[in-house]
Design a protein around this ligand. Structure first.
Ligand code: CP
Length: 308
């Protein structure tokens, strides 16, 4: 039973296949309107979400399927102490595929190991968020036309920002890319990402606290929110939360074809005025996420023999 827990569960050929499918869905939505008729997606969200949960649900409805859901641990038997493993076994009795978001790293893997249907990791703690990366990849593909030879700046909370960890993993598989890791000292990329991904693969990278010093060379600037929910104390969060605020003035130093990305939600990291800059891609990422989740649901249900 194939599940998607980490972006590396997909080969680069499979990523190409998902992007081609998403492009076909965009061009020919009617062709897919009945593809999942009679099938159910369970969205189990034990952490807050707007984009991921709603885009999964919109994706399944646009494929002609149905959705059952848990929103918040308080509304499920997790509140009574039920384990993630038992929840997975139980929900498998009701659905054809599961998308789970959970505050604990590894919870999606435990779900996949205990479910009898495909499982999609919709974000596990500070670990990874592979379907956000699918949205990011379609956005990069549509904006830049390639996955190679890019200077990719990631900025903000690189310690707890799970979307950054998945993006670095994904883009490290393509030729000629290099990373500029921009964060306060306290929020640097975890050493396991640097050692096991960047250093092991010999990917060039630099670490800096100074966004403006590196702005002119970036092809992509991936801004992130400081993850308040993962801090141990509020004082540190308040001190670090506004470390980087992208403004229209700061963008004057950037390339004319920079792609400004953000997984959203934003708090203060990008000034609202930047939304009108043609280089702002973050609301395109939101829409691209729905198409890539449609392509992923189709792929996993086909591989499980549940649809043709
Ligand atoms: N990008 C993202 O995961 O957004 P949500 O938390 O709203 O799902």
């Amino acid at each position: 039973m194939k599940s998607l827990i980490d972006i590396l569960d997909l080969t680069t050929d499979e990523l190409d296949e998902l992007i081609a499918c998403a492009e076909d869905i965009i061009a020919n939505p009617d062709k897919y309107a009945e593809a999942c008729r009679g099938k159910k997606l369970a969205t189990l969200f034990f952490e807050p979400s707007t984009r991921t949960r709603m885009s999964f649900e919109a994706a399944m409805y646009e494929l002609g399927g149905n959705v059952i859901s848990v929103t918040g641990a308080a509304s499920s038997s997790a509140a009574k102490g039920e384990s993630v493993a038992d929840t997975a076994k139980t929900v498998s009795c009701y659905t054809d595929i599961i998308a789970i978001r959970h505050p604990k790293e590894g919870a999606a893997l435990v779900t996949a190991n205990n479910a009898s249907v495909p499982v999609i990791n919709a974000g596990d703690g500070g670990h990874c968020h592979p379907t956000q990366t699918l949205a990011d990849l379609l956005t990069i593909w549509r904006e830049k036309g390639r996955f190679t030879n890019l200077t990719i700046g990631v900025c903000g909370d690189l310690k707890f920002g799970r979307t950054v960890h998945s993006l670095i993993n994904a883009m490290s598989r393509y030729e000629g890319n290099n990373f500029v890791l921009i964060s306060p000292e306290e929020l640097k990329v975890p050493s396991y990402v640097k050692k096991d991904v960047l250093q092991q693969k010999g990917i060039p990278y630099e670490q800096t606290t100074d966004l403006m010093a590196v702005m002119p060379k970036l092809d992509i600037l991936y801004m992130t929110r400081v993850q308040r929910e993962r801090f141990f104390n509020e004082e540190d969060y308040l001190r670090l939360k506004d470390s980087y605020i992208l403004t229209t003035d700061k963008l004057k130093a950037a390339k004319p074809d920079l792609a400004v990305m953000h997984p959203l939600p934003r708090v203060n990291e990008i000034s609202v005025a930047v939304d009108d800059d043609p280089r702002a891609c973050y609301f395109k990422q939101v829409l691209n996420g729905k198409y890539m989740r449609m392509a992923l649901i189709l792929k996993l249900l086909r591989e499980a023999g549940k649809i043709k």
